[in-house]
Design a binder for this molecule. Sequence first.
Ligand code: ATP
Ligand code: MG
Length: 316
Amino acid sequence: FDLQNDDFTSLEELGQGNGGSVMKVRHVPTGTIMAKKIVLIDAKPAERKKILLELQIMHDCDSPYIISSYGAYLAEPNICICMEFMDKGSFDGIYKKIGAIDIKVVGKVAVAVLEGLRYLYDVHRINIKPSNILCNSQGDIKLCDFGVSGELVNSIANTFPERIQGATYSVKSDIWSLGITLIELSVGQFPFSDSFSDSEDSDLEHPPPTPPSHRDSLRVPTSPGTTRRNRRRSKGVSLHGGGMTMSIIELMHQIVNEPSPRLPAGKFGDDPEAFITGCLEKDPDARRTPAQLFDYAWIPHSRQNGVDMRAWATTF
Ligand code: ATP
Ligand code: MG
């Protein structure tokens, strides 16, 4: 594809993140429906080079678990990234629409994310969170976003114990994010929100909203290569809006000193509980690697758990 701005008609806005917005578009010359991410980029050449490099990575990816890319182009002052359109949207939108996700479907998400991480190996970072895990009506589950979009920018804080304590970032940090994400989908609520509780009687059907700035600053990983950009462009964290009562310092204290979040005991079965516990070991050395996690019973069981993802994707 030779992509240029004039060749697109906008159909609808799919969402907005830290770095820009995502539009559903038609590429008129080919009739192809795409998702186009529009990111305001820094004029600095070094910055631009880095972004284009990351885009190249996405373009070179060929995995059923990674969103495919049609290419990118500059439309000053924006960069436009054209990717495969996933018509069922992201898992954050899905659980906010239908509530907590069936644990068997969450098992399929775990398989897809592990496969995606295995494909990307330890070389490329992907920002694992529900908004970056997409679904289509074929029932495919795919990862998107290599941190090209300004989504690595807002990381004053994040939820990794090792990062808070100053250690380096690795695939182990992605595994932490995976564990947090799987709890969020199973329970229907971000586990570090004020009202999160693993007790039976908590009101999981109607969780109070968590302010977006809060959520993003908590979950965004920081890789060594992006720290400077993060710091410089970070927007700060609102501690006062949206009814939030926990400060970032309190929250970081909680992450480091309190036990890791976990699934509500006994509710979803031993296999997912054991898997998520393996993801959420605070000590990165004790935390499981992707290869080790493939050997947990939940993964082979989830591959063959009888859930028809295509049928599931028609239910919302
Ligand atoms: P962040 O900026 O931290 O990544 P985010 O993931 O919420 O936050 P975007 O990456 O800009 O923000 O994406 C915004 C929304 O657009 C997503 O929540 C998702 O629902 C939608 N979206 C993104 N890519 C696609 C795609 N390829 N197909 C369909 N919807 C998409
Ligand atoms: Mg995203």
